[in-house]
Design a binder for this molecule. Structure first.
Ligand SMILES: Nc1ncnc2c1ncn2[C@@H]1O[C@H](COP(=O)(O)OP(=O)(O)OP(=O)(O)O)[C@@H](O)[C@H]1O
Length: 281
């Protein structure tokens, strides 16, 4: 049963007018996986979404609704079964340095130091720069995420939060136009998560890039994003609602939690998730 749920929208932020509203375009996206019995599992069924060039989008939905599949298609790691996904008007067919992925489980190479992990990505993308310039790029980005002192350490010598910061530094060092993050803070303890959320938010505010982030945490989505995409359950999942988050940047989590608007938005998102949880389609 599909819940009868009124669309909830709040006024768009003025700052969003500056950006290219149709930077990423997803049109009638369908993704099906073949099943062993010869049938197909239609995971995503008719996704339509435009993302602005400086917009921070969060995607929330119950487990298995296809959030990671959607992110991987935008990252070029999976192909759509039908429909069109374009970035600045060009169809996305494969991974590209303009779209960098950050995963929940860090994906660092354990035999390379922190510095070398970032350098590997920089070497891959910056072909014309001198060794000195590339070293400078690595140094700058490690400093950006407060990892200068850990540059010579190996991944198994640093904490989970630090590993995630290496992943973020590595993604940002490529100067992507879009950051694609799959539960980037999911594996961290609450204190580390809060710190890293603020750091990422600050970096995104300073660097003007588009972000698409998967999260299971409604508070995190409200703190970080300009819009929240609420996904219906799969199979045949699509977008249930899109919520505008009306708070100006820079955001302070304590101030946000003092406003009634914050709780209205939070309750609305949680109600949506509850209804889809109890009315499993
Ligand atoms: N390569 C694949 N082959 C077959 N089925 C797949 C493949 N990848 C994902 N699926 C199926 O597609 C559906 C959506 O998976 P996906 O990982 O995108 O969901 P999700 O919303 O990100 O879940 P979670 O929140 O648990 O990470 C699931 O039923 C999953 O089993």
């Amino acid at each position: 049963m599909t819940p009868n749920f009124a669309t909830y929208t709040t006024p768009r932020l003025k700052t969003q007018n500056k950006m290219n509203q149709n930077f990423l375009e997803i049109e009638n996206l369908v993704k099906a996986y073949p099943l062993p019995d010869g049938e197909k599992l239609v995971v995503l069924d008719g996704i339509n979404l435009s993302v602005g060039s400086e917009e921070y989008i969060s995607i929330i939905g119950h487990s298995g609704c296809g959030k990671s599949t959607l992110l991987k298609i935008v990252g070029g790691l999976e192909k759509a079964t039908s429909g069109l996904v374009t970035l600045e008007g060009k169809e996305i067919r494969k991974p590209g340095a303009e779209r960098m992925m950050v995963f929940q489980h860090y994906s660092l190479l354990p035999w390379l130091t922190v510095e070398e992990n970032v350098r590997l990505a920089v070497d891959e993308v910056y072909k014309k720069e001198s060794a000195r310039e590339k070293k400078q790029i690595v140094t700058e980005h490690l400093a950006m995420v407060n990892l200068t002192k850990a540059a010579r350490q190996y991944p198994d010598e640093i904490s989970g939060g630090m590993k995630q910061r290496v992943g973020i530094a590595r993604a940002l060092a490529i100067r992507p136009k879009m950051l694609l993050m799959d539960e980037p803070f999911g594996a961290l303890d609450a204190l580390t998560r809060g710190k890293l959320q603020r750091q990422v938010l600050q970096i995104c505010e300073q660097n003007r890039l588009a972000v698409m982030m998967i999260t299971h945490d409604v508070d995190e989505a409200i703190l970080m994003s300009d819009r929240i995409i609420l996904m219906k359950n799969g199979p045949n999942a699509n977008i249930g609602e899109i919520l505008d988050v009306p708070f100006a940047h820079p955001r302070d989590p304590h101030e946000l939690r003092e406003s009634k608007e914050y709780y209205d938005l939070r309750n609305h998102a949680l109600d949506f998730l509850d209804r889809y949880f109890t009315h499993d389609e």
